[in-house]
Ligand binder design. Structure first.
Ligand code: URP
Ligand code: ZN
Ligand code: ZN
Ligand code: ZN
Length: 484
């Protein structure tokens, strides 16, 4: 059975043009004028774009004594409802647990996914087993991205020597390093002091993680990555200090990418000063939301290309879970949701304001990350041969975001009450229509794991450069006699 998307305007990262799209066997098989198929989807007045890719989610993640509430079923259903057709989650070994063991756990959870997905590997401790298994993870499991937490001291955090060792191993394997860039030692110290001084509420979370802790860690990670010769991806870049480090590194020719979240682009730190404890705690995530000056910096980064990708870091906890931290903000589970809202919020606040073009929207929600992760043009493209992961985007359709109508399993939404214009009319996951004019038709288990090979173009270029500029002994003809 074939499907044709008719009368729409195709928008990719580089082109805008009118054409129909024919889909067969989950792939785009033809792009052209006046095509026909067994089933027709009318895209009149709509943009036909590559489905969104959210490269940063934590579905059913064990964290801070609990599990994030959205799992691979509700999380990917939320994704599809908002036009996202692929998510990349983090396989997270507990201390001492092997990497392959952790992947097995994530394989088990992800069988319920409604859309395609992939994993990043987290390096949460260091040892010979980790070093050895990294090769299998890269070469057999199809994972080419490894995250390092520079925060969460005493839990997920790794030290600089461990990070440097891991980065060198990744360079050797042709993989990419990722960092959660916050100075965990400073955060731990600031948190303890704040609690001692009676700052126990959610606002303490924001005070404990000022932009300096993020700027410092970002700079440190960039320098360590440069010395190890590995490309670096900085997740949830939230402030000018971190963005500035990334911008400067890129201007110097370093291979570094930054990922702002839709939450940091559109919500600010005033949320933590709300008099309702629940309201503030529901928005506790790391890094915290920042002020307007930082938001302007992130938008400018997307416009100028110094920041590359907009993600969500979807890690959703219920109000009840958040309440574990009453009386001590350090016990509030860190994380917020956003999977269903990323694309509509970015369209509303990015494209409709004139900050982004529709092509730039596609780049930062889909194509750029597909290239970085080395799964382009299978994903992130409207091309013959690409997977039919497509969103038919109605730029005139509006709604008010509300927890009462969301797909996410939690009891609130950090964007509650926000008006958005720009929503999916249809979302297709490998050709299957999962959203049909407001109706959710997802199929549990339809999602497949996307293997991503190592040694992408950026890795190859960087390793050539590092090889060419590596230290070499100077050839000398005569060696002078030593001493007297
Ligand atoms: O607060 C956050 N971001 N929670 C999820 C885990 C992480 O740090 O990415
Ligand atoms: Zn993080
Ligand atoms: Zn995260
Ligand atoms: Zn299916």
């Amino acid at each position: 059975m074939t499907t044709v998307i008719k009368n729409g305007t195709i928008v990719t990262h580089d082109l805008t043009y009118k054409a129909d799209v024919l889909i067969d066997g989950g792939k785009i098989v033809e792009i052209g004028e006046t095509l026909s198929g067994d089933e027709t989807l009318d895209a009149t007045g709509c943009y036909v774009m590559p489905g969104g890719i959210d490269p940063h989610t934590h579905l059913e993640m064990p964290f801070m004594g609990t599990y994030s509430t959205d799992d691979f079923e509700s999380g990917t259903r939320a994704a599809l409802a908002g036009g996202t057709t692929m998510v990349v989650d983090f396989a997270l070994p507990s201390p001492g647990q092997g990497l392959l063991d952790a992947i097995q756990m994530w394989d088990n959870k992800s069988t319920r996914a409604n859309c395609d997905y992939s994993f990043h590997m987290a390096v949460t401790w260091w040892g010979e087993q980790v070093f050895d298994e990294m090769k299998t993870v890269v070469e057999d499991k199809g994972i080419n991205t490894f995250k390092h937490f520079m925060a969460y001291k005493g839990a997920l955090m790794v030290q600089d020597d461990e990070m440097y060792a891991s980065f060198q191993r990744l360079a050797e394997l042709g993989a990419i390093a990722m960092v959660h860039a916050e100075n965990g030692d400073v955060v731990a110290d600031l948190s303890a002091r704040l609690l001692r001084e009676g700052n126990t509420g959610p606002e303490g979370h924001a005070y404990s993680r000022p932009p300096q802790v993020e700027g410092e860690a970002t700079n440190r990670a960039i320098m360590i990555a440069d010395m190890a010769g590995v490309p670096l991806y900085v997740v949830h870049t939230s402030c000018e200090e971190s963005h500035e480090a990334i911008r400067r590194a890129r201007q110097q020719g370093k291979r570094v990418w930054g990922e702002p979240l839709i939450q940091h682009l559109t919500l600010d730190e005033s949320e933590y000063f709300n008099h309702d404890w629940d309201h503030a705690a529901r928005r506790v995530m790391s890094p915290p939301f920042r002020n307007r000056q930082h938001q302007d910096s992130l938008w400018a980064g997307l416009q100028s290309g110094s920041l590359s990708v907009v993600a969500t870091d979807h890690c959703a906890f219920t109000t009840e879970q958040k309440r574990t931290g009453i009386g001590d903000f350090t016990k509030i589970p860190n994380g917020t949701g956003g999977l269903e809202d990323r694309m509509p919020m970015l369209w509303t606040h990015g494209v409709r304001t004139g900050r982004l073009t529709p092509n730039e929207f596609v780049a930062v929600t889909s194509t750029n990350i597909a290239k970085i992760l080395n799964c382009y043009p299978r994903k992130g493209a409207i091309r013959e041969g690409s997977d039919a992961d497509i969103v038919v985007w109605d730029p005139g359709k509006s709604k008010t975001i509300s927890a009462s109508s969301q797909q996410s399993a939690i009891d609130y939404n950090v964007f509650e009450g926000k008006e958005v214009t720009g929503l999916p009319r249809f979302t297709l996951t490998r050709g299957k229509v999962a959203v049909h004019d407001g109706e959710i038709r997802t199929e549990e288990g339809h999602g497949q794991f996307v293997k991503r090979p190592p040694k992408g173009e950026i890795n190859k270029a960087l390793s050539s450069w590092k090889e060419m500029t590596a230290p070499r002994p100077v050839e000398r003809s005569g060696i002078p006699a030593s001493g007297v």
